[in-house]
Ligand binder design. Structure first.
Ligand SMILES: [Mg+2]
Length: 405
């Protein structure tokens, strides 16, 4: 009988950060909101802070980029190293080096589910259901999958059971759906610039923006709105109906994450055929179970924030049982390796990080080497055929390790 191959044990976990409040503006990386001035991603995007005039113009003004990038590196005793990046910066480093390290070092590289369960349970008393701690756990989980793939010499998507389609089709999130169409994407999602504090004028302006893009993109190109938690039920309902004549495909993240009753109500109020979506700021399986029950059409977990790939797989299973779609928020190759194995993810998101959304650029630039970028709006599975997540850290990015254990 054939014995299974012995796998190495984990020798050390290390946490680094880049960018954030202490760095120069525009470091990019996993904290992709940290861009230079005049970038579409920071140009009067409507947010929960927009009702305060002094924070209306720029998300950086209220601190969207204070955290910076967290890099978690995990080294096995055979010298192979896995890593991942997420948004948790220096604070994430503390959690990894002073708390989570105890569940990781000494384990076999394949013991990901056990480590994940211990990370989730041991942080329950301070983690909450999304945010910094979940981002950090997600980053460790992704680094574990990367290490396991590199030790097994297999891409992560093959560890998960293999691809169910040959290529991933993308819609583009950015300010220029018309250019996204020319680049071969299947749709374009725009941020909103007006909220409840702008009253009916804001509803009209939002509908006018969609109408203008509909004119430019023709009748069938998908157009969507991303509201980044900035609305209330009434305003979202009005915007949805005002945009219905322009065939808006979905309205995304209208409300703060914990307003589940509100999401249920928006879904009930929305015009027939228009989808209601959310999830990027939700974390933990339990949150997504509750969210699923509101009846939203698409759940949009971020694999770098929701609890990691291990949690994303569970979320996808909940959605699958209900006939819901799971279309993860951005997250580049960490999403690609998962969604190519999901039957309920027929397309995926690509975030345009070019300042004017006029060309494709790696989402996490400049921190990774070999980060895949869609060509003609698609990524073929052969592009993912490298061990782990198939990317390396860019040695030119200066990382800081603030804590050690
Ligand atoms: Mg979004």
């Amino acid at each position: 009988m054939m014995e299974s191959r012995a796998l190495p044990k984990i020798k050390e976990i290390r946490a680094y950060f880049m960018g954030g409040a202490t760095a120069e503006k525009g470091s990019g990386g996993a904290d992709y909101h940290d861009q230079q001035e005049k970038h579409w991603i920071d140009d009067k995007v409507c947010t929960p802070m927009s009702k305060y005039k002094e924070y209306e113009q720029s998300r950086q003004s209220f601190g969207i980029n204070v955290l910076g990038t967290l890099v978690v590196e995990i080294e096995a005793d055979n010298g192979v190293t896995g890593f991942a990046v997420s948004t948790a910066g220096e604070m994430g480093c503390f959690i990894v080096e002073k708390h989570l390290n105890r569940f990781i070092e000494g384990r076999c590289v394949s013991e990901i589910k056990l480590i994940h369960d211990q990370m989730m349970r041991s942080t329950m008393f301070y983690a909450g259901s999304g945010g910094l701690v979940m981002n950090t756990i997600s980053c460790v989980d992704l680094a574990l999958w990367d290490l396991f793939g590199k030790c097994a010499q297999l891409p992560v998507y093959k560890l998960l059971g293999g691809a169910v389609r040959d290529e991933i089709q993308f819609y583009a999130t950015g300010s220029r759906p018309d250019l996204a169409k020319e680049m071969g994407f299947i749709g374009g999602k725009m941020v909103t610039h007006f909220g409840p504090h702008d009253g009916d004028h804001g509803v009209r302006e939002t509908a006018a923006m969609v109408a203008d893009m509909r004119e430019k993109c023709g009748p069938d190109f998908w157009l969507m709105l991303d509201c980044w938690m900035s609305m209330d039920v009434n305003f979202a309902t009005k915007v949805a109906h005002a945009c219905a004549p322009y065939n808006l495909k979905w309205i995304e993240e209208c409300l703060p994450p914990q307003q589940y009753d509100g999401y249920r109500e928006i879904k009930r109020n929305a015009p027939a055929g228009m989808m209601v979506t959310t999830g990027e700021h939700h974390g933990t399986l339990e949150s997504f179970q509750t969210l699923s029950e509101t009846g939203v059409d698409i759940m949009q977990p971020d694999v770098g924030w929701c609890g990691g790939l291990t949690t994303l797989l569970e979320i996808a299973a909940i959605a699958k049982a209900k006939g819901q779609l799971v279309v993860p928020h951005g997250s580049s190759m960490y999403s690609h390796h998962a969604v190519i194995t999901f039957t309920n993810t027929p397309f995926s998101e690509f975030l345009m990080t070019a300042p004017e959304a006029d060309h494709t650029r790696a989402q996490f630039a400049p921190i990774l080497l070999n980060e895949p970028v869609p060509v003609n709006g698609r990524i073929h599975k052969s592009v993912l055929d490298k061990p782990g997540f198939g990317v390396e850290l860019n040695p030119e990015c200066k990382l800081t390790r603030p804590y050690q254990h």
